[in-house]
Design a protein around this ligand. Structure first.
Ligand code: ADP
Length: 642
């Protein structure tokens, strides 16, 4: 029974077995062999092992020499065509073979036992694995190159473990970091954003984009860098998000480049805007005094009245001064632009100089509601200053205070300490709103468009302060007032006054222009909306045969038109409180018939278009010519008004 069982082994063993006699002729093959080679015993009986084309010559030699051999073969069935008959054609199988020499107890060769295993499937899998491994290696290399070129790193966040694995340029050097450590390397401002993202991705929430920009601190660095993280989620078989993959790209340089571009663009736009505003202001500022000079010169030649002549001459002089000051400012500015301000220091008697300045500023105040005071605490004060520049700073401060103080008081003064003199002008005027304070000393900056000025005064003061090694500054509160000051560092000798203040100077109220009494003549009833006194006076002289009413602001013009019927309105475009454009638009809402003539120092096409669009019937550029004005009135009223 046992022998019977044992005899079954060769038929059931999953190995191909072949038994050859001592000369190498096949005498027996088990079923597995027959199946492996697709043959019957008849087909292969007596084939000789030494003729087998799939066994190498070396192995055959070894066998002949009496040595056992083992080998692996890509068994080629096509090679066996002349060896034995088999229906298997055109394929290769992979066999592991061992040929053992069988001997009798004396050691004499009896035959050969060939054991052969078909490992074709296993080998194919093995080859596939090797191929895949090679591909992975190649991909890793490419990835490494790409990561390097794109300054990229790749992160895998394992949600369950709370671990980040970083693959950088050196793919093999995997860095592992905890969520806490990653969290801490992110800028505090971005941390919540990052945690919210992890939460959202883990719960498959739809997000607007698959990218997040964070400021992160790289190993041992002290400055945060901008990184863009593109992410995607990896699911397990159950559809749960288990890993989030991030591709990190350092975009600091891009962001800096972008920020620089934006700053440069804003600067260019700002400069362009300032230049345009400056040009428009210049046009207005130059035309306003020019208007008065041309207009009154024309009138001067027409009148024989000595008193009128004197008045016109005075007006021409005042406006020439304004024009000269303006041109002086522009020249000063160009000097500042090339950095060549001349400073000629000399010993100045500040008591005397400030007194002179005080008197001259007093002359400029036309507003009866404003009082100018001088605080001069010294009987003697001599300091080293450039006289012209000293006066220029004081004058700019005082002129502004006069311009921007509708009522109350303006105090000018100076105080000394060893090695320094501080001059100041304090006012109870409109003040400067908080948001505009940082622009005050910038060139061409005018915070109010209606007030006369080019926006150069304070920037010139600042440039003088810089050139003299001094300082300028101010404090101001909207609707309360301002104080502008300059500190000059210089040798100064001073003697303080006794308590007796120079009351007579301090308490003098300013002189002001007495308003001309309205001249009532005949014909047209005209409203002149004009804030500038010289301009109004000029029109008044030109239209002296008519009944004139004046408004100083746009709001006043509206009120007057509501209260009274006018034949025609002359509307200055730039006025305080409400400008002429806005006023005209509002008037047109309730009055479409009264002709409104825009009268402005702005001479650009856009000004003309804006005026007509707002509802003006006609547009006249200052300086106004008498002939032009008369022609216009004639056209409207079909009579020669002269
Ligand atoms: P401007 O020639 O237009 O007066 P400045 O450079 O002298 O130019 O002044 C710049 C701006 O600062 C002014 O347009 C005005 O809006 C503001 N400003 C200057 N001084 C005062 C002041 N005392 N009170 C209120 N605003 C002032």
């Amino acid at each position: 029974m046992e022998n019977e069982l044992l005899s079954l082994i060769p038929e059931y063993i999953p190995l191909g077995l072949g038994v050859y006699d001592k000369d190498g002729y096949l005498k027996y093959a088990n079923d597995t062999t027959l199946k492996m080679f697709g043959v019957t015993m008849k087909d292969i009986y007596n084939i000789n092992i030494f003729d087998d084309p799939n066994i190498t010559a070396e192995d055959k030699t070894l066998l002949k020499q009496g040595l056992n051999v083992s080998f692996e073969t890509d068994y080629d069935f096509d090679l066996c065509e002349n060896f034995y008959e088999t229906p298997i054609k055109g394929i290769k199988k992979y066999f592991v073979t061992k040929v053992t020499i069988m001997r009798d107890p004396e050691g004499n060769r009896q035959g050969y036992l060939l054991a052969c295993e078909d490992i074709t499937v296993k080998k194919a899998q093995e080859r596939e694995i090797i191929e895949s491994y090679k591909k992975i290696k190649a991909t890793q290399k490419e990835l490494s190159l790409a990561l390097n070129a794109g300054k990229l790193s790749s992160w895998n966040y394992n949600i369950k473990e709370g671990l980040f694995c970083k693959f950088d340029v050196h793919i093999e050097n995997i860095e592992k970091r905890s969520l806490q450590s990653i969290y801490e390397s992110i800028h505090p401002d971005d941390r919540n954003k990052f945690m919210a993202l992890l939460e959202a991705v883990a719960h498959k929430q739809k997000l607007p984009e698959n990218r997040i920009i964070l400021k992160v601190l790289e190993n041992n660095a002290t400055d945060y860098r901008y990184s863009s993280f593109t992410y995607s989620a990896v699911e397990d078989e159950a559809g749960n998000i288990v890993v989030i993959t991030f591709i990190q790209r350092d975009i600091t340089e891009d962001i800096i480049y972008q920020q620089n571009l934006i700053t440069a663009k804003n600067k260019a736009e700002e400069a362009d805007k300032l230049k345009s505003t400056f040009l428009a202001n210049m046009s207005h500022e130059i035309r306003t005094p020019l208007n008065a000079i041309v207009g009154f010169s024309e009138l001067l030649t027409e009148t024989d009245d000595a008193e009128e002549k004197f008045e016109y001459k005075q007006l021409i002089e005042t406006n020439s001064e304004i024009l000269l000051k303006l041109i002086g400012d522009i020249l000063d500015l160009s000097k500042i632009e090339v950095g060549s301000i001349d400073i000629n220091r000399q010993k100045l008697n500040l008591c005397q100089l400030c007194d002179e300045l005080y008197r001259s500023f007093q002359q400029r105040i036309k507003n009866p509601k404003v009082i100018l005071k001088l605080i001069n605490p010294y009987t003697k004060c001599v300091a080293n200053f450039d006289k012209y520049r000293f006066m220029q700073i004081f004058t700019n401060f005082a002129t502004n205070a006069i311009k921007y103080t509708p009522q109350g008081e303006i105090v000018m003064g100076y105080e000394c300490m060893p090695g320094q003199v501080r001059i100041y002008v304090k006012d109870s005027g409109i003040g400067i709103p908080e948001e505009k304070k940082n622009r005050i000393f910038s060139r061409f900056e005018k915070l109010d468009t209606f007030a006369q000025g080019t926006g150069l005064g304070l920037s010139i003061c600042k440039a003088i302060a810089d050139a003299t090694g001094g300082e300028v500054g101010f404090k101001s509160k909207a609707n309360i007032g301002s104080e502008f000051w300059y500190i000059g560092y210089t040798d100064v000798e001073y003697v303080e006054k006794s308590e007796v203040a120079d009351e007579d100077l301090n308490n003098k109220s300013t002189e002001h222009l007495s308003a001309d009494s309205p001249v009532k003549i005949k014909d047209l009833n005209i409203l002149i909306a004009e804030d500038n006194d010289s301009n109004y006076l000029l029109i008044k002289k030109l239209l002296k045969d008519n009944q004139l009413t004046r408004a100083i602001t746009g709001v006043e013009a509206i009120e007057k038109i509501k209260a009274q019927t006018f034949d025609i309105v002359f509307m200055d475009m730039r006025m305080p409180v409400m400008n002429g454009l806005e006023a005209t638009s509002l008037i047109r809402e309730f009055n479409q018939t009264t002709p409104i003539i825009a009268l402005t120092a702005n001479a650009f096409d856009s000004d003309r278009e804006n005026a007509l669009a707002a509802g003006c019937n006609h547009f006249m550029t200052k300086p106004v010519k008498k002939r032009e004005l008369m022609d216009l009135l004639f056209r409207y009223f079909k009579q020669q008004p002269q």
